[in-house]
Design a protein around this ligand. Structure first.
Ligand SMILES: O=C(CO)[C@H](O)[C@H](O)COP(=O)(O)O
Length: 238
């Protein structure tokens, strides 16, 4: 898939999801990443054209900037602890709509916002629509960790679950990536897919782990855009 095709798919998925799931007077969670940029563009367009009254709650520094730059109304979880919908990207989504998030390092706030929303809507290009996790996304599961605990956590993950866990390093700064919450990220490359609910619980129980990029039973719909602009929609069972 060409870069243009990928971009076209992301945009198409974002537009369709915003058209279908954003309604007047909604409190909206704004995810992070490149695909979300197109979603916020479309939200801003609809606010202008349809005079929608929305409040947008960000999942990251990037999302907050997107909301401000598009003149949307910015809110916090303190003001609005219950959201109508959250729209967010994903790194890979399996047939049960279990997904890996955190490629952009914003997984903790993304999961908090998703957990406060009645509906989590995923938007992605079609490469990310897979049967089992680990098919096209080979960078593993991002795990946010308290800085001083990164080494024992990393060793514990490999001992308990196998695979390879490594500290994510920054590219334009020496040393590790530091999240919006002041923590580090471990990327865990798993050997094979498993029971993601159990794996997620195992990871969360390791002291020092803040949150994992495994989103189990959270997404309600996933929109996958193709290079030709067509969009496939998947709905969670149950
Ligand atoms: O989880 C995320 C950031 O933490 C992103 O939503 C995910 O990495 C997808 O990003 P993109 O839309 O750029 O492909």
């Amino acid at each position: 898939m060409s870069m243009d095709g990928i971009q076209a798919g992301k945009k198409a998925a974002a537009i369709e999801a915003v058209n279908n799931h954003i309604k007047d007077n909604y409190i909206v969670g704004i995810g992070s990443g490149t695909t979300v940029v197109s979603a916020v563009d479309r939200i801003a367009e609809r606010v202008k054209e349809e005079k929608l009254k929305l409040v947008c709650i960000p999942t990251s520094f990037q999302a907050k900037q997107l909301i401000i730059d598009n003149n949307l109304v910015l809110g916090t979880l303190e003001q609005y602890p219950e959201l109508d919908v959250a729209i967010d990207g994903a790194d890979e989504v399996d047939i049960d709509l279990v997904c890996i998030k955190g490629g952009g390092g914003c997984l903790t706030q993304e999961k908090i916002i998703a957990g406060c929303a009645r509906e989590l809507i995923l938007i992605a290009d079609a490469r990310k629509d897979v049967e089992t996790l680990g098919t096209t996304w080979t960078k593993g599961v991002p795990i946010e960790v308290v800085g001083m605990a990164y080494k024992p956590v990393l060793l514990q993950i490999m001992k308990t679950l196998g695979g390879t866990a490594q500290l994510r390093m920054a590219s334009k700064k020496m040393g590790p990536v530091v999240t919006d919450n002041g923590n580090f990220i471990i990327d865990w490359i798993f050997d094979k897919p498993g029971n993601w609910k159990d794996i997620n619980t195992t990871l969360q129980l390791i002291p020092g782990v803040v949150e994992t990029g495994l989103f189990v039973n959270m997404a309600k719909y996933a929109y996958f855009g193709q290079p030709d602009g067509s969009v496939g929609v998947k709905h969670a069972q149950g």
